[in-house]
Design a protein around this ligand. Structure first.
Ligand code: PA5
Length: 357
């Protein structure tokens, strides 16, 4: 079958193009979210963990992004402490005995994440390991730390909903987030209903993820996220990189109005090849929503194709989940349209293998 004849509405397209079963893993998004919430709820944390006044999520790639999504949600929550995501070796100098450190690695073998653990112990930080096993689970267990088990049911990036559910439950259980069981359940139901509308079995005419993948095809995606959806833009970028094997860029509003827009207004020959996605939460302040409109006007003036997304969830968490799942599906459908198997991440595996040598 030639690429142009690929029909996303035909089951065989998915069977042939997705031998690793990425579509099933994405479909499990709502289930994984709930499982992560429940697993963290079952954890026994030392009472002293309630004394933490700052939170550090330490992880890389697919095991870091839940921290970013949570950080965006907590930033506007008056009950919440500052939450920082650390994507590097070691730990920031400010981490101390009043820091809750979430060491997150699906495989448990990521060297950057492992390098933080002895420092966290030395500084008597309150550590929780969020992992599917490996050296992280071993070392955390040996040190008597709580380990929230991550099911190794797929590549780390497919476990984002599990990690996010777990993280939110941990933070809410420690009194660090206003989110309660009912708020979580309502958002989880919203994303479960959305999954049914974005599923491969739903035809392109009714499926916004398939339609968007078609519109994006052959173009360079740039995702503009704002407010609670800023990090969701980063998730789209990562999923477009890893699933669709496409370069992609993430920007944030209002920051982009202080630099990137100048580049968009220029005459670079590749400008017409961009495809911009604007992720704007309805819960965002009016000024920010106005900025999204101004960006759209500017893109239209430059004849740069764009698509505006305003999730309908009704709460910040529902907005985050909706926009995240949509991006996951868009990256999957784009992979198939481009003849890319969504599951393998050969470049990442090669670098990891070379570092081991
Ligand atoms: O998507 C991926 O597979 C990567 O981004 C990994 O998540 C990243 O390399 C870190 O590995 P782990 O999640 O096992 O710590």
């Amino acid at each position: 079958m030639s690429k142009s004849a690929l029909d996303l509405d035909h089951p065989r397209t998915h069977e042939r193009g997705d031998p690793g079963g990425m579509r099933e893993r994405i479909a499990h998004f709502p289930t994984l979210l709930q499982k992560g919430w429940d697993a963290a709820g079952a954890l026994r944390l030392p009472a002293s963990y309630r004394e933490a006044t700052t939170v550090l999520c330490h992880g890389m790639g697919g095991s870091a992004i839940a921290g970013d999504l949570a950080a965006d949600l907590l930033r506007y929550d008056s009950k919440a402490p500052p939450l920082t995501v650390h994507r590097d070796y070691g730990l920031p100098a400010w981490v101390d005995e009043r820091t809750l450190v979430i060491a997150s690695s699906a495989s448990g073998g990521t060297e950057e994440t492992l390098s933080g653990l002895p420092l966290a112990l030395e500084r008597r930080a309150k550590v929780v390991a969020l992992t599917g096993g490996g050296a992280l689970a071993e070392k955390a267990t040996a040190a008597g730390l709580p380990v929230c088990p991550v099911p190794l049911s797929g590549p780390p990036r497919t476990l984002l909903p599990y990690a996010l559910g777990a993280l939110l439950r941990l933070l809410s259980g420690l009194g660090m987030a206003a989110l309660d069981e009912a708020g979580f359940r309502a958002a989880a139901q919203h994303v479960a209903a959305l999954q049914k509308r974005l599923d491969p079995s739903i035809g392109t005419a009714q499926n916004s993820a398939k339609a968007l993948a078609h519109a994006m095809r052959g173009r360079l995606p740039v995702i503009y996220g704002s407010h609670v959806l800023a990090a969701v833009g980063r998730r789209w970028k990562g999923q477009l990189n890893e699933n669709a094997k496409s370069p992609a860029f993430a920007e944030e509003l209002p920051e982009a109005h202080h630099n990137s827009v100048v580049g968009l207004g220029g005459t670079h020959p590749e400008l017409q090849r961009l495809f911009v996605v604007l992720l704007t939460p309805r819960s965002a302040p009016e000024r920010l929503r106005l900025r999204a409109l101004l960006t759209a006007d500017m893109l239209a003036e430059q004849s740069i194709p764009y698509h505006s997304i305003e999730p309908s969830g009704g709460t910040p968490l529902a907005e985050v989940l909706e926009a995240t799942l949509l991006g996951d599906y868009v990256s999957y459908y784009l992979a198939l349209l481009d003849g890319q198997d969504p599951t393998p991440i050969t470049a990442i595996d090669r670098i990891k293998a070379r570092l081991v040598k």
